[in-house]
Design a protein around this ligand. Structure first.
Ligand code: BGC
Length: 739
């Protein structure tokens, strides 16, 4: 495509027009100078391009519905996620879509969030790595991704107004970390700001978020686009760093921008900058091809990805996989009317739809009967007559959706009652779940086999059949904890907030960080997932690498009879940390294919930046010096090797001041010994309890926390001869670099 004109070739009005949409899904064209309009559309797990002339979001062009992030994330496989992304990118290009609105990488703070099906994980490293893979895949086809929803959009209740009130450490370490990773590693063409506020400020108008953090700290050079309708104060958004307000146009918004430029409250240069970025986006999008899509190949990929997303939670007595000649009673309407994606803007019009019943019949050689499981229905009798009952349970579509949150995590009572009756009639019962957010599993220990199928996209039925019969050996693991009770969940007391504010009171302790710190029992832990084979973890080692991170090596052997994949996870912790920390945090992972009997030496890298915590004293990332525990694990609660490594810390050069505590000064290599000496001569009795302190007090520990300036007051009042100037000299000397 020929280069587009520069912003300098455009009038101010034309530039302003580029900073908002032309209708719901397009940017403005400027025909005078040959600037075309481009299409942005949802996302994230397929292309939802509204049909020409359609008036609802439900009426879109057919596209492959891949497994939503809740499922695909459980593959823990960036290569697979990138392949799905590339297929979505190819379909977008074929439909003349320039920007695909996804992936969504918000953290699953509470299982009640109605939209958790669109997100990958409760963990920021997992979300960041998989989100980056999705962006790279989409963009490999010359189509831009839109990383969303930036940021802290962790609930749907009041999502357009609520302020997520978050302390600096969880904001940085949990909620922004994944975004930083994706921006740095995959350079998405666009980032979509969210609707909500963070600590009182709308993200669409937040210069700290959109400019200081996103551009200046992380180096983002693309377009910041608003979530649909989030930029309702266009001048304020432009000032903050938002480039493209969608949808549009808003004539009043354009007029307000022109008036602000006229009044000098908005620099014309900021309009140039935003328009320039939109022009660059249009230019970039001009490079995409539009090859026809091989729909069969994409359906096959959707089936492969769905099979890699199903988590085998339980398989007692190796009930699964089923032999093809097993007689099966298939029970539950989801077997014929699958729930395979969530509601709202991400809802794809699939190119086709497999049902589990058809696909089970296609693979089975024994008798297969089907019963919806309605009252009076003969499901229970059929279960007792069959070798195995396969019961499909799940949430009704309206129970979870964009735009509102869930009321609870229980499956419908009628389904639980049906399951009870079926498993009593035939203990060889397999449960297959369809749900976008986690559900309570009170029956987990009462059924021998349990598959978490999440929402698996249009090839759901084939993928479930593949796993049931062992055509696919399950290898997915949970990217979120399945709790025993809603009351155990981290945000239980701080959700959904009130009067426009939701306080993230659990702080850093999101997901497994919470359950581990509180030592709470869970139904199934983060990282858990079984296979039809077994894996042995051999020798493991860990050492600091050249970049200051940690290189971890472990050998893993497939000790069973069939090929499989193992998701190896690495968790870190810090012994005796000076800051609040979760017992373990996932910092690296890999999905490894292994033939029966095969052993592989696996190397994983914990990046130094992922070891860092956010230090509020310096407003920056700091790696604490200390002994780090390195756990090589099959799940967050199945640690196979525990190692430790001494890591050198970052020198943050905090100066000692008169408000430094005695303990802090004593710990200083220069000032410490000098202060100890001064204390010994000024207060010879400080170590005893005589006089100043009541019986039974550890004086040294009490003194430890007293700021030096206050200690001077106490010492002087006690008759000691302390010269404050001498203390100042000592503190200054401590902070002078050695000659
Ligand atoms: C959603 C976004 C979506 C946009 C466009 C918004 O309501 O929050 O995720 O991309 O609509 O459909």
């Amino acid at each position: 495509m020929t280069p587009l004109p520069a912003p300098t070739d455009l009038t101010l009005e034309e530039k302003v027009s580029l900073t908002s949409g032309a209708g719901f899904w397009r940017t403005e064209a400027i025909e005078r100078v040959g600037i075309p309009s481009i299409v942005l559309t949802d996302g994230p797990h397929g292309v939802r391009k509204q049909r020409a002339g359609a008036d609802g979001i439900g009426d879109s062009e057919p596209a492959t519905c891949f497994p939503p992030a809740v499922a695909l994330g459980c593959s823990w496989d960036p290569a697979l996620v990138a392949r799905v992304g590339a297929a979505i990118g190819a379909e977008a290009a074929a439909q003349d879509v320039a920007v695909l609105l996804g992936p969504g990488i918000n953290i699953k703070r509470t299982p009640l969030c109605g939209r958790t099906f669109e997100y990958f994980s409760e963990d920021p490293v997992v979300s960041g790595v998989l989100g980056a893979a999705m962006v790279s895949g989409i963009q490999s086809r010359g189509v831009g991704a839109s990383l969303k929803h930036f940021a802290a959009n962790n609930q749907e209740t009041d999502r357009m107004r609520v302020s997520a009130d978050i302390d600096a450490r969880p904001l940085r370490e949990i909620y922004l970390r994944a975004f930083a990773h994706v921006v740095r590693e995959a350079q998405p063409w666009t980032v979509m700001c969210s609707y909500n506020r963070i600590n009182g400020v709308y993200t669409a108008r937040d210069p700290w978020l959109l400019t200081t953090v996103l551009r200046e700290e992380w180096g983002f050079d693309g377009v910041v686009v608003s979530d649909w309708g989030a930029a309702d104060d266009r001048p304020a958004s432009l000032v903050a760093g938002l480039d493209l307000a969608m949808p549009g146009p808003t004539r009043a918004g354009d007029a307000a921008i022109l008036a602000a430029v006229e009044a000098g409250t908005l620099a014309a240069q900021r309009v140039d900058e935003a328009a320039g970025r939109v022009l660059r986006l249009i230019e970039r999008a001009g490079g995409r091809g539009a090859d026809p899509v091989d729909q069969d190949a994409h359906h096959a990929l959707a089936r492969e990805a769905a099979g890699r997303s199903i988590v085998l939670l339980r398989n007692d007595g190796d009930l699964l996989p089923l032999r093809p000649d097993t007689s099966i009673a298939v029970i539950g309407a989801f077997a014929v009317e699958p729930r395979y994606q969530g509601g709202g803007s991400s809802k794809i019009n699939p190119t086709r739809l497999d049902t589990a019943l058809d696909e089970i019949r296609a693979l089975a050689t024994g008798t297969v009967t089907y019963h919806p499981g309605d009252p009076l229905d003969d499901a229970v009798a059929a279960a007792s007559a069959a070798d195995v009952a396969v019961v499909f349970l799940g949430l009704p579509a309206a129970a979870e959706s964009e735009g509102y949150d869930r009321d609870g995590i229980d499956l419908p009572a009628a389904q639980l009652a049906l399951l009870d009756a079926v498993r009593l009639a035939n203990p060889r019962t397999v449960v297959v779940l369809s749900n976008g957010g986690v559900v309570a599993l009170p029956f987990a220990e009462d059924v021998p086999a349990l598959l978490e199928g999440w929402l698996l996209g249009q090839a759901c039925g084939g993928a479930v059949a593949d796993v049931l019969f062992g055509v696919v050996n399950p290898s997915a693991k949970l990217t979120e904890t399945i709790p025993r009770r809603l009351q155990d969940t981290p945000a239980y007391l701080d959700f959904p907030g009130e009067h426009g504010h939701v306080r993230y009171g659990e702080g850093l302790f999101v997901g497994y960080r919470w359950y581990d710190a509180r030592d709470l029992d869970v139904a199934f832990p983060f990282g858990h997932g079984l296979s039809y084979t077994t894996f042995h973890y051999g020798d493991a080692s860990a050492a600091v690498d050249d970049a200051g991170g940690i290189a971890v090596e472990v050998s893993v052997t497939n000790t069973g009879a069939v090929a499989g994949r193992e998701v190896v996870q690495v968790y870190t912790g810090v012994r005796d940390s000076a800051v609040t920390r979760a017992p373990r945090e996932c910092k690296a992972f890999v999905s490894v294919p292994l033939e029966p009997g095969e052993t592989r030496e696996i190397r994983l890298t914990v990046r130094r930046e992922d070891l860092a915590y956010w230090d509020i004293r310096v407003d920056g990332w700091v790696v604490e010096a200390g002994t780090y525990t390195i756990e090589v694990a099959a799940s967050s609660r199945d640690v196979r090797a525990s190692l430790s490594v001494d890591v050198a810390g970052d020198d943050i050069g905090l100066p000692l001041t008169r408000m430094s505590s005695i303990g802090e000064v004593l710990a200083h290599p220069v000032a410490g010994p000098a202060l100890a000496e001064a204390m010994a001569s000024a207060m010879p009795d400080a170590g005893s309890t005589a006089g100043m302190m009541p019986e039974g007090v550890d004086v040294a520990r009490m003194l430890d926390g007293i700021p030096i300036q206050r200690a001077i007051v106490f010492a002087a009042a006690g008759g000691a001869d302390v010269d404050p100037a001498m203390i100042d000299a000592l503190l200054e000397a401590a902070d002078r670099p050695a000659d």
